[in-house]
Ligand binder design. Structure first.
Ligand code: ZN
Length: 243
């Protein structure tokens, strides 16, 4: 039987506490299949466990920029020093098989008629950010399905393209025929919209409805893991601020 309800998880970033809370919430609400928008690792203290968990979900997974940089031995001079430090640390944590797994992830996939990408379909390998309608317009040029889900900015939002493009926060989106949707489901492991709760979305493939979920999880435990791993204190502070 084909799954009806999909849980769409983006930007887990090594936060196992948030990931487990989201999986539990999704299963409780009837999700029988999982989709992962990439950036499984980077920023938090449990990259190995998060890669194992995502692999165990048998999910539809695409590669994020942190997955790419943590699995390739390339210089990080263009990076924010904080991000570069965690990427170096994460490289030292991953098992060789996990590095191969992250390296082998595709940039674009599809499930149930929905396109999946980490950043944008406009040259996804360049990891551009879509925050405004102009950036969304470039993306929509390449979107051939009614809906496409993405992550990367860690801010939940929906761009809707009819005769023009609108940008809205959302809690529920029903796909209407003749329109196109580019939907950011927010971040599981490091939200940046001022709400520290983990974000993800459920997609009902029959009703064609995306529903944004926010899940309370043990932020203190994630912060304690960061501190005991010796990672920068700023990363722990971000988690409680949701920034
Ligand atoms: Zn990310």
């Amino acid at each position: 039987m084909k799954p009806v309800t999909y849980a769409i998880l983006g930007d887990i970033h090594g936060n196992l506490h948030a990931l487990n809370a989201v999986i539990e919430d999704a299963r409780k609400l009837g999700a029988s299949a999982f989709v992962c928008l990439g950036d499984i690792v980077g920023y938090n203290a449990n990259p190995k466990e998060c890669v194992d968990t995502v692999e165990g979900l048998d999910a539809v997974v695409v590669q994020g920029n942190h997955d790419y940089y943590c699995s390739h031995d390339i210089t990080l001079h263009d990076f924010h020093p904080l991000a570069a430090e965690v990427i170096e640390w994460t490289r030292g944590q991953l098992r060789p098989g996990q590095v191969e797994y992250l390296k082998g992830l595709p940039l674009v996939r599809r499930f149930a008629g929905v396109t999946v990408v980490h950043s944008t379909l406009d040259m996804p390998e360049r990891w551009g950010y879509v925050f405004d309608p102009l950036e969304a317009e470039a993306h929509f040029t390449y979107q051939t399905t009614p809906a496409c889900v993405y992550g990367h900015t860690h801010v939940p939002v929906v761009f809707e393209k009819g005769s023009h493009i609108t940008r809205q926060p959302f809690s529920r989106v029903k796909v209407q025929s003749g329109l196109k949707y580019f939907i950011n489901v927010g971040s599981v492991g490091q939200p940046r919209d001022g709400d520290p709760r983990a974000a993800y979305a459920l997609f009902d493939a029959v009703e064609q409805v995306f529903q944004l979920r926010r899940v309370v999880h043990d932020v203190d435990a994630a912060q304690a893991s960061l501190r005991s791993a010796g990672l920068p204190e700023r990363l722990a502070l971000r988690l409680s601020a949701g920034r």
